[in-house]
Design a protein around this ligand. Structure first.
Ligand code: ZN
Length: 149
């Protein structure tokens, strides 16, 4: 009998041995193949994937990511605008906090998050629907974060 494996961070079932990281790499591959995809939704892909795997962030990185997702999803700010506006805030030379989590200090939620959509769903939608699905994923992640905030 095959053991059902599950992601400890986002809770997604790993069907056929495909982990969330495998799905993340599949999406990066589609972006590399279709540069337009990357230009449109790469910033959302990274935010969604990392927000659903919060230990990849430092605690401060996790709250910054949540703030950024609200900017993108609710205010439809473009990545370029955010970069410009945040230059002073998040410029690495002036940054007082680290974005990446470490074993000793990383982001987490105080309860399991009921994500309606994960990386596996975006990959299941195929390359043709990739951009639409990443946008839907970003809205879903933002809604879930709001309900537990
Ligand atoms: Zn996962």
């Amino acid at each position: 009998m095959e053991k059902l494996q599950k992601c400890l961070e986002c809770g997604a079932a790993w069907a056929a041995g495909q982990t969330c990281e495998d799905h993340f790499h599949q999406m990066l591959f589609w972006e590399a193949e279709n540069p337009r995809y990357g230009a449109e939704v790469h910033h959302l892909l990274v935010l969604c994937y990392y927000l659903q795997h919060p230990s990849l962030y430092s605690p401060a990185g996790l709250s910054e990511a949540q703030r950024l997702l609200v900017e993108f999803v609710e205010r439809e700010t473009s990545p370029g605008e955010v970069r410009q506006r945040n230059r002073a805030r998040v410029d690495s030379s002036q940054r007082h906090w680290k974005i990446k989590g470490t074993a000793a200090s990383h982001g987490s939620y105080d309860r399991p998050m009921p994500w309606p959509m994960t990386a596996a769903d975006v990959v299941a939608g195929g390359a043709e629907s990739y951009c639409d699905n990443v946008r839907a994923w970003a809205r879903a992640v933002n809604e879930t974060l709001k309900t537990v905030r």
